[in-house]
Design a protein around this ligand. Structure first.
Ligand code: TYC
Length: 107
C-alpha cells in the first residue's frame, strides 16, 4: 500500500480491513415558518413558491400544516443559505406589513 492511501490498519496479515476516515459534514439548519392569525394564506403560499422553490400544491400543503400545527420545517440548508432564506422571508413579510415569522434552528 502506498504512503497516501487511507488504510493504515495493522490487522492480521493477509486480512483485508476497511477503515472509515472520519469526514466532517457541515451542520445543517432547519428553516421554519410560524403560524399567526393575520398573515393571509395566499401570502404564505407565495413565500413558499418564491423563496423555497415549491410548486403551488406543495406550497399550499405546507402552508396548511403551519396553519394547523403552529409551525413547519420548510427546508434544511447550510448556515449561510438558511440565514439568507430567513432574512428574505422576514424582509418580504415586513415590507408587506404582515407579522409572519421565519426562524432557523440547528438540526
Ligand atoms: N393562520 C393564517 C390565517 O389563518 C395563515 C398562516 C399560515 C399564517 C401559515 C402564517 O406561517 C403561516 N390567515
Amino acid at each position: 500500500m502506498s504512503d497516501d492511501d487511507q488504510d493504515d490498519s495493522e490487522g492480521a496479515p493477509g486480512v483485508a480491513t476497511k477503515t472509515r476516515p472520519k469526514t466532517q459534514r457541515p451542520p445543517m439548519y432547519k428553516v421554519m415558518l410560524l403560524n399567526d392569525d393575520y398573515t393571509p394564506m395566499e401570502f404564505v403560499v407565495h413565500i413558499l413558491e418564491r423563496f423555497f422553490g415549491m410548486n403551488h400544491a406543495q406550497a399550499f400543503e405546507i402552508m396548511l400544516t403551519v396553519h394547523k400545527k403552529g409551525l413547519a420545517v420548510v427546508g434544511v440548508f447550510s448556515f449561510e443559505v438558511a440565514e439568507t432564506k430567513v432574512a428574505q422571508v422576514m424582509d418580504f413579510a415586513r415590507r408587506h406589513q404582515h407579522p409572519l415569522q421565519c426562524t432557523m434552528e440547528k438540526e
